[in-house]
Every structure is written in C-alpha cells, then in structure tokens.
Design a protein. Structure first.
Length: 297
C-alpha cells in the first residue's frame, strides 16, 4: 500500500503515531485455517474528567492527548463558555484523571451525574444541552473548493495511522483548505472530535476557515459538535442521517459524505461549492487504499 511521504507528513501539526507502544498490544490469535498469529490490538483505558471539584464523566479512550480530550469534551458539551478563563488542565497518568480548572466556579458541574461513557457510538452525552447550545448558531458562509476535497481525501487516506495498524478506530482531521493539520484517532468518533476541539481551544485556533473530516457517520451529534466548534464544513467517507442533514441546513453547515475517489455527495450547502476540479481527472480510489480494515502489510 502506498503510504504518505515525508513532505506530506510535514503538512501535519499532529499526525497519528502507529509505532506508539502504549496505544496497542500484541495478542495471540488463531485464524480461520487454525494457524497461530500475533496481531496488534488497540488498548482501551478509562479517563475520568473533572471540572474543578466535580467528577463529570469517565470516557473509554486510547489514552493519547488526554488534556485535549477533556477540554474538547467540556467545550462541546457547553460546560465551558467561549470566554471561560481556564486556569489549569492537570493529567494524572497513575490515577487516569484530568482536572480542568476555571477561574470562576461554573454552574455546569451539576449537569452530569457520574456515568461511564462507552467506547461505542451510543455515548453518554447530554444531548438536550447540546441542542440548546445550537440556539442562534449560524456558521460563516465559507466557500468549499472541490479541489480541496479531492486533495484532502487522497492525503488523509494515505496517512499512516493506528487504524491501518490495528483497526477498531475512528479518525477525525482538522483541515485548512487542502492541508490536513491535526489528525486524531480514538475508539469512539466523538472522542476523536473532542480531541480536535481541545487542541483548537488550547491553541486559540480559528474555526471559520477550517474543514472537519471524519471517518464516521454524519449523525446529528457529529453535526452538532462541528457547529458548536464553529467549523463551517464537515466531510466524511461515510453516510448521513436525516436529522444530521436537517441540523446542517439549519445552522448553515456544508455537509459532504460518501467521499471516495472522485465521488462525493453534498446534502447541505451545495450552493457554497466551487467546482474547480474536473472529476474525470481524479482517479477512482484504489481498492488497496480503502480503509475498511487493518492494514496487514
């Protein structure tokens, strides 16, 4: 499989590290022919997030970038206001906790009862609060060039990743025009998005000129998180849900799905597309590049 070259990887501010020993483990297996194998599998770890003195949630995660995950989760849940003064973010590896401290005690600490957030897609989020956070949200009227979509799809698809090493992961990439910037992975697509949000918050990154790419489905929650982050474009290799499309139209989010090779579908914001690339000049996605399972060499 053709992977990214060094020049391509240099575009990233954060890229996956498939060689990170702490994130995967070798386990014995027996295949369909009865032959013994050793395979790499993803590690899952609980991470408990505190807001000041209040325990908010325990998330199952691969364990990288815990500070970003905590900040992004709290921000996307509406527990940290845009003008919130954050005085500290402390990670304790032994206790597997992150404590986010603010200058003034917030009124959100009591909004969540203690619960464990599973690694699956049915995560324990406060959906009602997220919907409330959308009130009055109108995203900037940002153009989207099809040449950017084609370039991003090619670059991201060829980037070495934990997914290609061990599978069982979702990826989310923060992009600017045709450049991928921050590539996060996790067992839940929501975790990956929250890590990106935490990175943006920590680095005071602008949102109006960004594109969010995800390997997961374009559900209502994914659309809401993107809108809460202020990002005007959300793109995915996967499909849509009706409510996700409805909310995208409501907030002015350009929604691109089923993006593979020269093909994609736009279900919201088509008027903002600038068709500056001839689809016939874009090759179809090679089968060996399709990210449906772990890469085995």
């Amino acid at each position: 499989m053709q992977m990214a070259n060094n020049d391509h990887l240099a575009e990233y501010l954060i890229a996956p590290d498939p060689e990170a020993a702490r994130l995967t483990r070798a386990v014995p297996a027996v295949d369909h022919l009865g032959q013994s194998q050793e395979v790499r599998v993803i590690e899952e770890r609980p991470l408990t997030i505190f807001l000041n003195k209040r325990e908010i949630v325990t998330a199952m995660t691969i364990g990288d970038y815990p500070e970003y995950l905590a900040l992004g989760f709290l921000r996307n849940q509406g527990m940290l206001a845009e003008d919130e003064e954050i005085t500290g973010v402390d990670f304790d590896e032994e206790l597997e906790t992150v404590v986010v401290r603010t200058a003034v005690e917030t009124d959100y600490e009591d909004k969540l009862a203690r619960k464990t957030r599973t690694s699956g897609c049915a995560v324990g989020t406060v959906f009602g609060d997220m919907m409330e956070g959308l009130a009055g949200v109108k995203l900037p009227d940002a153009e989207l060039r099809t040449s950017w979509l084609y370039a991003l799809s090619d670059k991201i698809n060829r980037t070495p990743s934990l997914y290609l090493t061990a599978g069982a992961l979702h990826g989310t990439v923060l992009c600017e025009k045709d450049r991928p910037l921050v590539y996060m992975e996790d067992v839940g697509r929501h975790n990956a998005v929250d890590k990106v949000a935490g990175w943006m918050l920590s680095n005071n990154a602008t949102a109006a000129d960004k594109i969010l790419y995800t390997t997961g489905r374009l559900t209502s929650e994914m659309v809401i998180k993107t809108a809460m982050m202020g990002i005007p474009v959300l793109a995915s290799r996967s499909g849509f849900t009706a409510w996700g499309v409805e909310i995208a139209n409501q907030v002015g989010l350009t929604l691109i799905g089923r993006m593979r090779g020269r093909r994609f579908q736009c279900l919201a914001g088509a008027e903002r597309l600038v068709r500056d690339a001839d689809p016939s000049s874009v090759p179809d996605e090679d089968k060996k590049h399709r990210r449906k399972g772990a890469y085995q060499g």
